[in-house]
Design a protein. Structure first.
Length: 601
């Protein structure tokens, strides 16, 4: 038994990370501290200064752990990693922790390539980005490849020339000038790479000036086809520049501009990625667990989680306001980048105007998100409230779990659980169960096993709906009582045409009106759990169909089994084959051939 008072006395006066857990052992909060002793004790002292969120969390703490670190910076990094791992209920969570695409120019190669990548490694290549989405990268690469016939392959150029390997299709359709042929002009190729680097570095004006000189040269020398090619390149570049213009930016420093909007317990952070004075992209991020959190805490949580997961750290962050742990986060980013990172909160001037523009965009996005969310939830939340009243459930229904039991031709019984959170499918919470303790097609005993196993893992639902009638309800009710749980429990029964008809428990039966949204909601749950069972059956059946008697012979894996089947066609032909014929198959030794004959005999 964990005694919180006893363990509070043993806390060290060191920096580190503390991990709060509920009675089921689930991590519900992760925090960092300069002094573990002082910080953790604060939670269990007078609660009058605590926010509602902290009060709620403390009520659910059954135990805690801590990890000491050598510095606050180490604690910050560890905290971020643990939040990403556990996704605790009471932490502010970044919903989107994806990595962003970059454009890589392999300048260390004799004939460099221009590639799309999500990883930055120290290989001497030049990297440009991040871009807010893959489409932006693809569009940029398309512009480059339409204007510059450079190679896209990764073949060994020297080997290709030495062996006289024929060039690929790109060479023949003039999409590549063919370094692999051995007759490519290296200076011409590197001139193209230089122009591409100027373009990607945001120095399009200089590139356009260079191209204009070449266009005029070709035109004056009556080389109109070449002049026209440069004219088209110039027009493409001007289109790109126009799309990227932002009047507030007056230098070529890599910057991220960050602002936040929050309302109705939702928070949206918007980031503008500015590279070499041009906007390379922008992105909106929705944050979870922001209820009763200050703007400073939300913004600080976002910045440390987001930048720790990204490959690239810009030289400067321009933020709307000061945030929690700002100085230590700046230290973390400086360490990550390997050179000084500045975090600035502008009070006036162009940077302030830029921040206000980003804030305006964040406000607009959050309003749209809120409207979409309201419309999306109107159907589900309305149905939940109607269901709560119909079934006489006292508290709000947040989490619904629905269960189904099925088997394949009387064997291989399985159970499935689908989850609805706030009336919406919560697929990451779905679970499948292979029945372990029941022999044969006994749906009641199988359901008992599934529910009993489920109750051991906490985070229990507000309502359980079973795909079945009174018999299933009676069976599960006994399991709930044995586990000391009192969860509202109903069965979803069907009519003669196998359509959802209504809900039933041990006291009453409720038939649903097929014209109502409540009927569509309940029938949708029953259909979802049934389809989830079918998909599980299909995967099990497919696995069974790929099995054969050969799988029972030691020394025969997938490769040898495939070779045997290609040679003999089926098991019957294998039975008739001699030891000598079996050993003709690659990988089949005499000892394995003898095992095959013995098994098939």
């Amino acid at each position: 038994m964990f005694d919180i008072k006893v363990h509070l006395k043993t806390l060290p006066d060191n920096p580190g990370v503390y991990i709060m857990k509920d009675k089921y052992g689930n991590v519900i909060y992760v925090g960092k501290a300069i002094s573990l002793k002082n910080r953790v004790r604060q939670y269990f002292q007078s609660s009058k200064n605590h926010s509602n969120k902290v009060k709620s969390m403390v009520k659910n703490i059954s135990s805690f752990e801590y990890i000491m670190t050598d510095s606050e910076l180490e604690a910050l990094i560890l905290e971020c990693n643990l939040i990403k791992k556990y996704k605790p209920k009471y932490n502010v969570l970044l919903r989107d922790d994806k990595t962003y695409p970059y454009i890589k120019v392999t300048v260390t190669e004799e004939f460099p390539r221009v590639l799309k990548t999500r990883r930055i490694i120290k290989d001497g290549s030049k990297y440009f980005g991040p871009y807010s989405n893959v489409s932006a990268v693809n569009d940029t690469l398309e512009i480059i490849r339409n204007n510059y016939p450079i190679r896209t392959c990764n073949i060994d150029i020297e080997k290709s020339i030495r062996l006289g390997i024929r060039p690929c299709l790109n060479y023949h359709i003039k999409k590549c000038i063919g370094p692999c042929t051995g007759v490519c002009d290296k200076k011409e190729y590197n001139d193209m790479i230089s122009e591409i680097l100027l373009f990607l570095s945001g120095r399009e004006e200089k590139l356009i000036s260079t191209m204009t000189e070449k266009m005029m040269y070709y035109s004056e020398n009556l080389m109109f086809e070449e002049a026209a090619q440069y004219r088209d390149k110039i027009e493409s570049l001007k289109d790109v520049i126009e799309k990227q213009k932002v009047s507030n930016v007056q230098n070529d420093t890599d910057q991220d501009v960050i602002a936040m909007a929050n309302m109705n317990q939702e928070a949206c952070v918007q980031v503008f990625f500015i590279r070499n004075g041009k906007i390379s992209g922008r992105e909106n991020f929705m944050l979870e667990g922001v209820r009763d959190s200050s703007r400073a805490d939300i913004l600080g949580s976002f910045i440390k989680q987001f930048y720790l997961s990204q490959e690239y750290t810009p030289k400067e962050l321009i933020v709307e306001e000061e945030f929690a742990d700002q100085s230590i986060i700046q230290e973390m980013l400086t360490s990550k980048r390997g050179s000084k990172v500045n975090i600035k909160v502008p009070q006036k001037g162009d940077k302030k105007a830029l921040v206000l523009m980003v804030r305006k965009n964040a406000d607009e996005y959050l309003m749209k998100f809120d409207d979409i969310k309201k419309k999306k939830y109107e159907k589900s939340i309305g149905a939940l409230e109607e269901l709560r009243q119909l079934l006489n459930i006292d508290k709000p229904i947040i989490r619904i779990e629905s269960y189904d039991i099925s088997n394949i031709q009387g064997v291989d019984s399985i159970g499935t659980m689908v989850v609805y959170t706030n009336g919406v499918k919560d697929r990451k919470e779905y679970r499948r169960f292979k029945i372990k303790t029941v022999d044969g097609p006994n749906d009641y005993a199988s359901m008992s096993e599934v529910i009993d196993r489920r109750l051991k893992h906490g985070n229990l639902p507000d309502l359980i709906l079973l795909d079945g009638g009174k018999g299933q309800v009676s069976t599960v009710k006994k399991v709930l009582q044995l586990n000391g749980e009192d969860i509202p429990l109903w069965g979803m029964y069907k009519d003669d045409k196998h359509r959802t008809k209504g809900l039933v428990n041990l006291e009453r039966e409720v038939e649903l009106d097929r014209t109502t949204s409540l009927y569509r909601f309940v029938s949708g749950i029953q259909e979802e759990v049934h389809n989830y069972s079918i998909s599980y059956h299909r995967s099990l059946r497919d696995k069974k169909m790929t099995k054969s008697v050969l799988d029972e012979i030691s020394g025969i894996g997938a490769k040898r089994k495939k070779a045997l089947m290609l040679k003999f066609g089926d098991i019957e032909n294998m039975k008739k084959a001699s030891i000598e014929q079996l050993t003709e198959v690659e990988g089949i030794s005499i000892s394995i051939a003898e095992k095959i004959k013995s098994k098939l005999r």
